[in-house]
Design a protein around this ligand. Structure first.
Ligand code: BDR
Ligand code: CA
Length: 311
């Protein structure tokens, strides 16, 4: 059976991604969740992971990781996800009792992946700080990692700046390390998540009718859509769900290209920009499978079916 560790910063779209993943435990077993500072500070994202794992009835292990990116100070996105990082729904206080491993996420991943009989997949929906540290500190772990499914970067527009996507912008040095690790990577960037795999407001409004998990998902999405609509978006991206669905249902993605991808590490307006080298004679630094299109109707149905499967 496929084994998965999800590294995340919940985060409203991270929450939807985790919800989708946990709906498919017979296909891909979530063995652990690791958290990293990103959308909001580490304490909050870890609390949010506890709330979600309890609410969704999971018994996956939980480890909290790096509070800060490798080089720069953390920048957060509370305006999109709320003060707690997952505003909009009142989870029971008791969910904060969900057990947290005493290991840091990086050591936890090393121990857990090393002792797994099968190779482990990583779904990464946050700045890549934990994953970069794992690969740099314990290089032998690479042979036990099957594939990394990332939400981050873009081949076109940015969102946090003109040029950069949020996860890439917060820790571009980490993304550079992961991109050049030699591991198989599938990338859901903004070119996919914003331009192709979006939900309409009509679709978002139907989520509340998908059972008790639908009510939770719709409540947090109501908060999130307000911020997205204020930014002028009419098509609502559920970015992180794309990374999970690219693992669970890869056939829904109708177009992809393998590119050598670069990450801009300069301290100017291009910091965190990711760009594919499209030259045919370019020196190949890496080969990242960049998802470029999706059967949107099938994608939306998959998301809805996953949420309603809890009842
Ligand atoms: C990414 O940034 C975060 O705000 C979201 O959770 C997602 O991982 C989108 O750019
Ligand atoms: Ca995220």
């Amino acid at each position: 059976m496929t084994k998965v560790i999800m590294d995340c910063d919940p985060g409203i779209d991270d929450a939807i991604a985790l919800t989708v993943l946990l709906a498919h435990q017979k296909q891909a077993q979530l063995i652990g969740v690791t958290t990293v500072g990103g959308n909001v500070k580490l304490d909050y994202v870890t609390k949010n992971a506890k709330k979600l794992l309890t609410f969704l009835g999971s018994n996956a292990e939980l480890a909290s990781g790096q509070a800060k990116p490798l080089v720069k100070e953390i920048e957060t996105a509370g305006e999109i996800h709320g003060k707690t990082g997952m505003d909009g729904y009142d989870f029971p206080k008791e969910s904060l009792n969900y057990p947290l491993t005493s290991n840091n996420a990086v050591t936890y991943m090393y121990d857990r992946i090393s002792k797994s009989n099968e190779k482990v997949n990583i779904v990464a929906t946050a700045p890549l700080t934990n994953i970069a540290l794992l690969l740099k500190t314990f290089p032998d772990i690479s042979e036990k990692i099957e594939h990394i499914y990332i939400m981050g970067g873009s081949t076109l527009q940015g969102n946090i700046t003109l040029a950069a996507e949020f996860n890439a912008y917060v820790d571009p040095e980490a993304m550079d390390i992961v991109f050049n690790s030699g591991l198989p990577i599938t990338l859901s960037g903004l070119n996919l998540t914003e331009n192709k795999a979006y939900l309409t407001m009509d679709e978002i409004n139907k989520i509340k009718d998908l059972g008790h998990v639908g009510v939770m998902a719709s409540s947090i999405l109501n908060f999130y859509t307000k911020a997205e609509l204020e930014k002028g978006m009419t098509k609502i991206p559920i970015h992180d769900a794309c990374a999970v669905i690219s693992l669970l249902a890869p056939d829904l993605f109708t177009k992809s290209t393998n590119y050598s991808m670069d990450v801009c590490l300069t301290n100017d307006q291009y910091r965190g920009m990711t760009y594919p080298d499209r030259r045919t004679d370019a020196p190949i630094k890496n080969s990242i499978k960049v998802l470029e299109d999706v059967d949107r109707d099938a994608f939306v149905k998959y998301l809805f079916d996953s949420i309603s499967s809890y009842e």
